[in-house]
Design a binder for this molecule. Structure first.
Ligand code: ATP
Ligand code: MG
Length: 606
């Protein structure tokens, strides 16, 4: 006999799908921490191992525990919570249930002790997809919350180990008939990595102030698993790993050079760590290389190591990306500004100026970080760049020459895309109101301008002092610099160009001299000339590609009249977009000019 739980399973499944395969690890750990536990163990339930050879994951803590009544209240209703549910920063009373039940249709057993009194409850999924409480037969009749006793071959009283004392909670995950071995995690979503739980905890939680341990199996092969808790065979016995959180791998204990930069008018704190040389191995139970992430309430959201995101932060060199970790701590939503988690607790959202549920403005924060780049990072970028630059090949006079082609003022430009190589990152002068847009992509723009840019598309006018701000001035377009680099700085080896607006030495277009398409173009032209010219011909071809890439980036600035600069950079100046733009072998203007020349007579000047 079973009791139906109120709550829609479709809703549960949708939330579950949004969260990812290890969300259950987060939810149980979070519940334990919220219950004031000083110790949490992701263990294995040994009775089923010994009786039926099934390895079930348990989560045990020595937190406050629950009374029989609380267990009924919290687990018989979806959305029931022991905490006040009031605002965006509060709990929803859905966490553990949603993260665990969809992949544990056989159920989740919770055994909890408060003031020395223990109770248990068993939630399961029925064939109709509804969640139910299992009823236990008792002398007084059927009950859903009972003192723990032996049911289905397990003495549930003993899943609470001695160390919980007179208060604590144990959760046992029963999986489904096809996958009863829940110790390995969630087979449906690939969450079965042997170190998956440890890695997840060490990447999801920024700092873990309590004693958290994970029992890891050493093999994916059940034949090599431990035969019991006292397994002595080194190849079989479990590995009990202490989890410290991500900060422990970059934080003060490591002696890694670090610092702090304030962004967005002091509302975002950016902490950074830069490994000198190669970082010590952390194997696979934490993040190996650098990353960028956003910390909220001790957890890391939107963690990324993508090259495009690093470039937002002014870091284009692969070696520096691998060595640098940047963690942003934005203000929690208050007075209409700040971050808060979405309902799946898998992402952070952003609100500002009456706008809600926006993506966090990582690009804008990155740009500001790039402008304020700490000297140690700037140094590392210079050192990493070393000799890959081939800068001898680049004659910068093209910038003036090409600028003159744009100077026909076919469009008026709000912003200059080309940094003037101001490596100090110090604003050249006071950033007046009228300067909005000018230098958005360059060193030394004011943070205020960037904030506005995120809110609304840029208007195309540029002014001197603000007074006549409505009148567009025809400012010549600056052509950005470009630099040759190699495959390792690109998301894909076959990408041809990338835009790095906030590199340490100013905005620059990166050209992948090792891209196959570039190689084919070089080979084509080199073949047409005697061998002695191979070098200069190759250099000429590369230069042409670099200059055209620089022009593409410059011309795309036109779109900032219609779109926020952030979107223009992310979408229209992405590696993929620039790669497409540079393929095709024929350049539009050259083709048009040669077609029209000789056919028509041009207008007379004036
Ligand atoms: N390990 C635990 N120790 C003590 N109480 C717990 C434990 N796990 C859950 N509870 C109680 O059960 C309630 C329901 O837990 P659940 O995770 O479903 O929702 P929540 O934590 O309240 O909210 P959410 O997880 O959605 O933020 C909690 O509010 C808490 O009172
Ligand atoms: Mg919870």
């Amino acid at each position: 006999m079973r009791v139906k739980i109120t709550g829609a399973s479709a809703f549960v499944n949708r939330m579950f799908e949004a969260a990812g395969p290890f969300q259950y690890v987060r939810e149980f750990a979070k519940n334990s921490i919220e219950a004031g536990a000083t110790r949490v163990e992701f263990g294995i339930e040994w009775q089923a191992v010994e009786s039926i050879g099934v390895y079930r994951r348990t989560v045990v803590d020595n937190g406050a525990g629950m009374s029989a009544k609380e267990m009924l209240d919290f687990f018989s209703t979806l959305g029931a919570s022991g905490k006040i549910v009031a605002g965006v920063h509060d709990n929803y009373g859905v966490g553990a249930k949603i993260a665990a039940l969809p992949w544990n249709p056989n159920g989740v057993v919770v055994v909890s002790r408060q003031n020395g009194l223990s109770s248990m409850i068993w939630i399961a999924l029925n064939p109709n997809g509804d969640y139910e409480l299992v009823e236990f037969e008792r002398p007084e009749g059927y009950r859903v919350v009972v003192p723990p006793a032996e049911y289905d071959g397990v003495d549930w009283a003993s899943v609470l180990p001695r160390w919980v004392g007179d208060h604590g909670t144990a959760v046992v995950l029963l999986g489904d008939n096809a996958n009863p071995n829940t110790a390995l995690g969630h087979p449906r979503a690939g969450g079965t990595d042997l170190r998956g739980i440890s890695t997840y905890l060490n990447t999801r939680f920024w700092d873990i102030p309590i004693d958290v341990r994970v029992a890891e199996l050493r093999s994916a092969d059940p034949a090599k698993w431990p035969r019991g808790p006292g397994e002595t065979d080194d190849a079989r016995r479990i590995n009990l790993r202490r989890i410290k959180g991500a900060a422990a791998f970059v934080g003060p204990l490591t002696g890694c050079p670090s610092g702090e930069v304030l962004l967005d008018e002091g509302r975002v704190k950016a902490k950074w760590w830069l490994w000198p040389g190669r970082r010590p191995a952390v194997h696979s139970y934490a993040k190996e290389a650098g990353y960028i992430g956003v910390v909220y309430d001790g957890e890391i959201y939107q963690m990324t190591s993508s090259k495009a995101h690093y470039r937002w932060f002014g870091i284009a060199e692969r070696d520096v990306q691998a060595a640098l970790t940047v963690v942003l701590e934005p203000q929690k939503l208050a007075d209409g500004w700040g971050v808060y988690p979405d309902s799946s607790r898998a992402r952070l959202m952003f609100a500002a100026d009456g706008r809600r549920a926006e993506e966090i403005p990582l690009a804008n924060w990155g740009y500001e970080f790039g402008e304020k780049m700490p000297e140690a990072i700037r140094e590392a970028v210079r050192a990493a760049r070393g000799d890959t630059t081939q800068s001898g090949e680049i004659d910068e006079s093209y910038r003036k020459r090409l600028q003159d082609r744009f100077a026909g003022a076919r469009f008026s430009m709000a912003a200059s895309v080309a940094g003037e190589g101001d490596a100090t990152g110090v604003a050249a002068g006071p950033a007046g109101r009228g300067r909005r847009g000018a230098g958005l992509l360059t060193k030394g723009s004011d943070a205020g301008a960037k904030k506005r840019a995120a809110q609304a598309p840029q208007t195309p006018e540029v002014t001197g002092d603000g007074a006549e701000s409505a009148k567009p001035t025809r400012k010549p377009v600056d052509i950005p610099r470009y630099r040759f680099t190699g495959i390792s700085d690109f998301e894909q080896p076959y990408h041809i160009a990338a835009w790095a607006p906030h590199e340490a030495d100013g905005a620059v277009v990166l050209v992948n001299a090792e891209a196959p398409v570039v190689g084919e173009m070089v080979a084509h032209w080199v073949d047409l000339y005697p061998e002695i010219y191979a070098e200069p011909v190759a250099a000429e071809v590369r230069r042409a590609i670099g200059e055209i890439a620089a022009c593409k980036v410059a011309h795309v600035q036109r779109l900032t009249a219609m779109l926020p600069e952030e979107v223009v950079d992310r979408e229209y100046r992405s590696e993929a977009a620039l790669t497409t733009a540079l393929m095709g072998l024929i350049d539009a203007e050259a083709l048009i000019a040669s077609r029209l020349r000789g056919k028509f007579r041009m207008r007379a000047e004036g």
